[in-house]
Design a protein around this ligand. Structure first.
Ligand SMILES: *Cc1c(COP(=O)(O)O)cnc(C)c1O
Length: 428
């Protein structure tokens, strides 16, 4: 039975935000993070968890543990460290799988995002003369664009007739599912791969991944998602949605630190698809016989079979610190709070009542995550510089968009309120 949630009545008062914060059951999680300070000693208003998540105070201890074990044990740490290094990545699998709605066999933590996109495309972009096109968003993140184009060229195809870029309708900022469907059906069995961001990094739009996967499969294409802006931000059910593969980084909402180790998903139905081509390395080899150093590569069943190298333990430790916090908070609670924070932000932006500002992110809470992208008409970076001076850390995207993402683990309604006040002052 689904619980009927009363629509929240927001109020444009600092006291309202403060009162709501005292009732926030996740309120004390903010203390688990270092909040950067302004030169005057006050905490910044940090709204860029979509770019680089803040450092958990526990991260240092997690890394210290591995430094100590290395100091005391040397190579023996692979077996005798408190958290043995040999299987260390396995300690993260279940928590990561919970965050993206997957079974443990479908998830592994490895490499970084763009690297993983390439590795997955090696297996899941198999163009033929008849079926060779890739569908992406016209506004895809540049790295995804480069990765996809270079894959097309690698296979000897022309970008011009192989890359389908989805563009919003004239005068609109976001893509409509019906238009995505139409493009997919129009190109039908010439499409080999559909690869979209789960949440678009620029507009903040969350796609209907279940529906897009369904449509993609109808025409026989493979469907993958880049979840850089989705993992740790929105509800994901990759297994149930039947997504073929996905990849995400862990330094945005997942707080693993700059350049942190990334995650991948490969649906269970591909777990034993050993006939798929893949680039291989010893860490993807069957664990029983890995150290026999046999010449014949035998992949591990599931996502782990796509690993190449033994992973960076300090990176795993940093990510583990954050995943433990996610587990304690609970993804459902985080999503619920996120909707409150982002809803409040949207409400306050409306209250500013200035024709120059508009939100290009969809108004439907199910079509977005933490982030709102605010367009400021006829603005330039001066406005952004003004709010930065007042202690706001947000993100400016040319020509006229400010991206802000209140994050439920460490942001409060008070943060959102202060931001809106500063933006209002800076506009006048
Ligand atoms: C952040 C982000 C990346 C970054 O890629 P790295 O390989 O981690 O440097 C790529 N794609 C998207 C959609 C992103 O949001």
């Amino acid at each position: 039975m689904s619980k009927q949630i009363q629509p929240l009545k927001f109020e444009n008062y600092a006291s309202f935000a403060a009162e709501m914060d005292t009732r926030d059951s996740l309120g004390n999680f903010r203390d688990k993070f270092y909040i950067p300070k302004q030169p005057n000693g006050e905490e910044v208003i940090y709204l860029t968890g979509n770019s680089l998540g803040l450092q958990p105070k526990s991260t240092r201890n997690y890394i210290e543990q591995e430094l100590k074990d290395w100091e005391n044990l040397g190579v023996e740490g692979h077996f005798h460290a408190k958290n043995p290094w040999l299987p260390y990545h396995e300690f993260l699998t279940e928590q990561m799988a919970n965050i993206v709605g997957a079974k443990p066999i479908e998830v592994v933590v490895m490499n970084s995002l763009t690297v993983n996109l390439h590795l997955l495309m090696v297996s899941f972009y198999r163009p033929t003369r008849e079926r060779y096109k890739i569908v992406i968003e016209a506004g895809a993140f540049p790295s995804d664009q480069y990765a996809v184009e270079s894959q097309i060229k690698f296979h000897g195809f022309e970008i011009e007739n192989s890359l389908i870029e989805l563009t919003p309708r004239e005068g609109e900022n976001c893509l409509r599912t019906e238009d995505i469907a139409q493009t997919i059906f129009e190109n039908g069995d010439s499409i080999a791969l559909i690869l979209l961001g789960g949440v678009n990094y620029y507009t903040g739009q969350a796609f209907n991944m279940r529906r897009i996967t369904e449509i993609g499969h109808k025409i026989g294409a493979v469907v993958g998602f880049d979840l850089a802006h989705a993992a740790g931000s929105i509800e994901l059910k990759l297994h149930d949605w039947n997504v073929d593969f996905a990849a995400w980084c862990s330094y945005k909402y997942l707080n693993a630190g700059p350049g942190g180790i990334a995650g991948v998903f490969v649906h269970e139905r591909h777990a034993s698809s050993f006939n798929l081509p893949r680039f291989a390395g010893w860490w993807g080899h069957d664990k029983e016989t890995r150290f026999l150093m046999d010449k014949q590569f035998m992949p591990i069943k599931g996502a782990e079979g796509w690993q190449l190298s033994n992973p960076p333990i300090f990176q795993l430790a940093a990510l583990k610190a954050s995943l433990d916090i996610f587990e304690e908070a609970g993804m459902q609670n985080l999503i619920e709070k996120s909707k409150k924070l982002t809803g409040y932000l949207e409400f306050l932006l409306g209250e500013i009542n200035d024709e120059r500002i508009s939100v290009i992110t969809p108004p439907n809470p199910d079509e977005r995550g933490c982030q709102l992208s605010i367009r400021v008409k006829n603005s330039d970076k001066n406005l952004f510089n003004k709010i930065t001076k007042r202690g706001v850390i947000a993100d400016w995207r040319e020509p006229d968009v400010i991206r802000v993402a209140p994050v439920p683990l460490y942001n409060s309604l008070a943060d959102v309120f202060c931001f809106a006040e500063i933006l209002k002052d800076s506009l006048s």
